[in-house]
Ligand binder design. Structure first.
Ligand code: NAD
Length: 541
């Protein structure tokens, strides 16, 4: 910064619009939805600011209407990925030297573009691409992405302001340099906000990026790129390639200039990428930063003192919103025997009241799961539960992929606390419940801690403070985001930094300064004012 210590706007969370019947935002988003749904878009690669078409394309279809085509996207060859890397490294020469206030200005502008002129489009695109109902689209594609962009600017300046002590003899300064080389963002299908944030936060800190979105999110990724372009992200700073993830990752990770991976997705893929980075370690110019937020097997534990209606609501919302396709979605619950009959009745009532169908019909709470692979996997586990003697489906259990990938919200009750669906991440609208002896709370907490390899989110519901304290201690390492008397989903940027440990990731807390710190390499500068001219110290006489 040259000529001032600039204050950035104080970050505030974007208010969530209601989309209630009769509201102007409801009409506007539906109009945009219809226009997008009934037209076709062509999505190019983005390399050095150019829209690159390769002739090798794949079609895009909404999960709730999979025979309907809303466009095509172009697939990269290895040479495109290599070009994107070369381009990024060239762009780095100017981008990494640009004063921070200009980087801040670009991403603050992106936030306001989404809050205003692009809001309907990014929400409608997310409803189409990922089959989100309007509320789920609004809290993700609009609000969370806006929040990431605004708060990251504030976090960046907080980091820059973190400086060492100086003395009268020497002035100590830390410069938060971007990483040397280029970075790689690999993003999941389920959150448009995560897709935008992973490349944007690295670019904000002065890095250049190759971004590989999920095949199932390309349609809404295009809107993110439209916004970044209009906001003024210069050519070559964020380059986007679609296509074979293995080829793209092999090409990226083979480059000696690869300097950081920002990944969100499944645990297996992340571990494979980590392994590959390890295998290539002798080839890199620097030690690459590795940040990954991955799977979860998120829990709800109710204590015998809990309110049954509150427990049931935490299950209905926590497990089934966005068809359970949130990394934080509750997928196993432990209910004490004294509450079970009431919780069961309320949950069944709730689930039976859910309407399922296209997000265009705004009375639908449940829409489709993301793709056929996910549908088939969920159907297999549901069939398994129907056949297994230690499992019982108490509501749901049907599925139909004739028009869209629709899985009925399903509640499995098991007598075996280690039943397969108590341990495995299914990533769909299925929760498994284990009813425990109300007097075996301590043993149950131990069980919760030991049942899964993951440690992302979890919730305790209780009216008893001692029981809450007991759970907080016993489950200290079982969740990176722990909720007391709430559902385990719905983290808000700037309020609940998000991430888990164990197999759930590196826990670098998206939506916090901690995450941004991973994308800089500090340089310590000591400036001595009166430089010594004699090597002898006084003790030498
Ligand atoms: P996924 O692992 O299938 O895909 C994630 C990304 O990795 C995509 O871009 C995909 O194309 C890419 N990929 C897939 N195979 C690859 C390979 N062999 N090499 C390189 N890249 C590859 O995950 P998904 O289905 O998109 O998302 C769901 C998963 O993401 C769940 O496990 C969920 O828990 C997790 N998730 C975690 C968080 C979190 O914050 N912890 C947030 C969202 C999603």
């Amino acid at each position: 910064m040259g000529k001032g210590f600039f204050n950035v706007p104080i970050a505030v969370n974007e208010p969530v619009k209601s989309y209630a019947p009769g509201s102007p935002e409801r009409d506007a988003v539906l109009k945009t939805y219809k226009a997008l749904f009934n037209s076709q878009v062509e999505v190019p690669l983005y390399i050095n600011g150019n829209h690159v078409t390769t002739g090798n394309t794949r079609t895009m279809s909404p999960p709730h209407d999979h025979k309907h085509v809303v466009g095509t996207y172009h697939l990269a060859k290895q040479s495109h990925v290599e070009e994107a890397i070369a381009t990024a490294l060239e762009a780095r020469k100017t981008w990494s030297q640009l004063p921070w206030e200009h980087r801040a200005g670009i991403f603050l502008k992106a936030a306001e573009l989404i809050a205003g002129p692009y809001r309907d489009k990014i929400n409608a695109a997310t409803m189409i691409a990922q089959s989100k109902n309007i509320h789920q689209a609004e809290i993700d594609a609009a609000c969370e992405l806006i929040d990431f962009l605004r708060f990251n600017v504030q976090f960046m300046t907080d980091i820059y302001a973190e400086q060492p002590e100086s003395t009268t003899e020497a002035w100590n300064r830390i410069e938060y340099r971007p990483l040397e080389g280029f970075t790689y963002a690999v993003t999941p299908f389920n959150f448009t906000a995560i897709a935008g944030n992973l490349p944007a936060c690295m670019a904000l800190m002065g890095n250049v990026v190759i971004w590989k979105p999920s095949d199932s999110q390309v349609y809404s990724a295009k809107v993110i790129m439209d916004v970044f372009e209009e906001a003024g992200v210069p050519p070559g700073v964020i380059n986007v390639v679609f296509g074979d993830p293995v080829m793209i990752s092999n090409t990226v990770l083979a480059s000696p200039d690869f300097s950081g991976l920002h990944f969100t997705g499944s645990t297996y893929v992340f571990k494979e990428l980590w392994k590959q980075i390890g295998n290539n370690i002798h080839n890199y110019k620097t030690y690459p930063r590795i940040v990954g937020e991955t799977g979860g097997k998120d829990f709800i534990v109710a204590h015998r003192s809990a309110n049954a209606k509150q427990v049931a609501t935490a299950i209905s919302r926590g497990a089934f919103e966005f068809q359970g396709q949130k990394c934080s979605a509750a997928s196993r619950a432990y209910i004490p025997s004294n509450l079970w009959e009431d919780v069961k009745r309320y949950v069944i009532e709730d689930v039976k009241s859910f309407k399922m169908g296209s997000p265009e019909d705004m009375s639908n709470f449940i829409t489709a799961v993301i793709h056929e692979g996910s549908f088939d996997k969920l159907a297999k586990y549901i069939d398994g539960a129907k056949a297994d003697s230690d499992a019982e489906i108490i509501v749901g259990g049907n599925y139909d992929k004739s028009k869209g990938y629709f899985i009925e919200p399903t509640v499995i009750v098991t007598s075996n606390p280690k039943y397969t669906t108590m341990c495995t991440e299914l990533f769909g609208p299925v929760i498994t419940i284990y009813v425990y002896d109300e007097h075996k709370y301590v043993e149950t907490l131990k069980l919760v801690d030991e049942t899964s390899e993951y440690a992302l989110t979890g919730a305790i519901l209780s009216a008893d403070r001692y029981a809450i304290d007991e759970a907080t201690k016993a489950l200290q390492n079982s969740a990176g985001n722990f909720y007391i008397n709430d559902k385990p989903t719905g983290a808000v940027v700037g309020q609940q930094p998000f991430g888990g440990a164990r197999a759930s990731g590196t826990n670098d807390k998206a939506g916090s300064a901690q995450n941004l710190l991973r994308w800089v390499s500090p340089r310590m500068i000591k400036e001595t004012f009166v430089t010594p001219v004699d090597y002898r110290y006084p003790f030498l006489g």
